[in-house]
Design a protein around this ligand. Sequence first.
Ligand SMILES: *[C@@H]1O[C@H](CO)[C@@H](O)[C@H](O)[C@H]1NC(C)=O
Ligand SMILES: *[C@@H]1O[C@H](CO)[C@@H](O)[C@H](O)[C@H]1NC(C)=O
Ligand SMILES: *[C@@H]1O[C@H](CO)[C@@H](O)[C@H](O)[C@H]1NC(C)=O
Ligand SMILES: *[C@@H]1O[C@H](CO)[C@@H](O)[C@H](O)[C@H]1NC(C)=O
Ligand SMILES: *[C@@H]1O[C@H](CO)[C@@H](O)[C@H](O)[C@H]1NC(C)=O
Ligand SMILES: *[C@@H]1O[C@H](CO)[C@@H](O)[C@H](O)[C@H]1NC(C)=O
Ligand SMILES: *[C@@H]1O[C@H](CO)[C@@H](O)[C@H](O)[C@H]1NC(C)=O
Length: 398
Amino acid sequence: MKATCFWMLTAILVVQGNQAADFNVKKYGAKADGKSDDSKAIENAWKDACKSTNVMSNVVIPKGSYMVGPMKFQGPCIARQITIQADQVKFVAPSDPSKFKSQNAWVVFQNINGLNLIGASFDGQGEIAWSINDCAKTGKCNSLPINLSFNKITNSVIRGITSLDSKLFHMNVLNCKNVTFQHTTIRAPDESLNTDGIHIGRSNGVNITDADIKTGDDCVSLGDGSQQVNIEKVTCGPGHGIAIGSLGKYNKEEPVIGIRVKNCTISNTMNGVRIKTWPASPSAGIARDLHFDNIVMNNVSTPILIDQKYCPYNQCKAEIPSRVKISNVSFKNIRGTSANKVAVKLACSEGNPCQGVELSNINLAYTGNNGTATSECANVKPKLIGHLFPPACQLSST
Ligand SMILES: *[C@@H]1O[C@H](CO)[C@@H](O)[C@H](O)[C@H]1NC(C)=O
Ligand SMILES: *[C@@H]1O[C@H](CO)[C@@H](O)[C@H](O)[C@H]1NC(C)=O
Ligand SMILES: *[C@@H]1O[C@H](CO)[C@@H](O)[C@H](O)[C@H]1NC(C)=O
Ligand SMILES: *[C@@H]1O[C@H](CO)[C@@H](O)[C@H](O)[C@H]1NC(C)=O
Ligand SMILES: *[C@@H]1O[C@H](CO)[C@@H](O)[C@H](O)[C@H]1NC(C)=O
Ligand SMILES: *[C@@H]1O[C@H](CO)[C@@H](O)[C@H](O)[C@H]1NC(C)=O
Ligand SMILES: *[C@@H]1O[C@H](CO)[C@@H](O)[C@H](O)[C@H]1NC(C)=O
């Protein structure tokens, strides 16, 4: 008899443990009036969902506009999977940048395994911040570090989120593993400063598919330690294109390995696809297995670029060659128009020439009426395959 009771109780507990539990932010006092600060209510709903012993828990955020100050979704969680349901939800930042002293991002997701974030637009109200920010001139942009941060997120899916007018980088993806971003939308005026769309660093297994990015800086940038990153079906522009780097500015950067960019459209941007490294790198670095395939360029200033003399604001000794070794790189099936005459520029390091670079089926037309598109190459001997226009690297210097 006792044994039966024990098993029944166990069965009930197991059933409960497998159920999904909902944590509605309205029950925690969120007002959704677009004016009251709802961050504490949302954080409290998150905390309960996170420590829930249910295998799955849901933070339910009903449709509406929520003003939130700095806000943090912190793990580790007991629930094995947490879904934040935020369809038709708009988070609005306070327009006063001084509210952000307490943490270095606006909304932080940290140390979570099994996160599903669905929906939600994040309106950073950036215009006010840009008006008091002169980092385009100084290169020192850390005074207003307001952004979305995904740090130590594993085995997760971020679907259908929108970032509007962020105050600096839009989205920072750091120390993540096996995370997919689907249907991401990013909007900032093209004159906004240092607003990289999505920046990834020190992460392994990140996929970005179906993103639509219009911003003032790189649409997607991949910093040191980015490995096995797939970028697919991204439309980019205005902005500065899709970039690996910049690399080689700091000491002992981690290698960048295994990047695939494919089926993307890049329009009216300063660059298309590029790899950029600083000269005079303090230590040696590695960037390899980088593949760009099936990319349409519309009116892009330099559609294909390797720049190992990347030195904005003259912060470096440009004459000392970069120590970042670039190898196993392919640019395939890249077509469209170039706004500059030099449509393909491979400027590799004198000290560390690029190795294993392949150009295959390139067709880029110069939009100006001053001759036809050309290429420039240094310290690289690429393998040339298929139809190549402009003809590549025929007069290369090394
Ligand atoms: C936000 O961006 C700034 C500027 O790069 C960066 O220093 C800071 O670490 C970022 N914050 C987070 C939490 O990612
Ligand atoms: C990667 O994450 C997805 C989505 O959360 C999950 O279904 C999958 O099992 C994970 N893959 C590995 C190898 O852990
Ligand atoms: C990313 O995409 C690649 C190729 O499409 C796939 O093999 C891989 O499993 C995906 N990874 C994640 C985290 O979804
Ligand atoms: C990528 O483009 C190729 C060539 O146009 C096409 O065959 C393929 O289906 C596309 N892949 C996706 C996932 O759209
Ligand atoms: C080409 O791109 C530049 C920005 O790089 C933009 O100013 C110009 O309007 C674009 N031209 C067309 C025809 O879209
Ligand atoms: C080049 O990169 C691809 C993709 O990561 C990889 O499969 C291949 O083995 C690499 N080739 C060499 C010679 O390293
Ligand atoms: C035309 O191209 C040449 C170099 O090929 C350059 O020196 C000149 O400035 C260009 N003129 C215009 C109007 O862009």
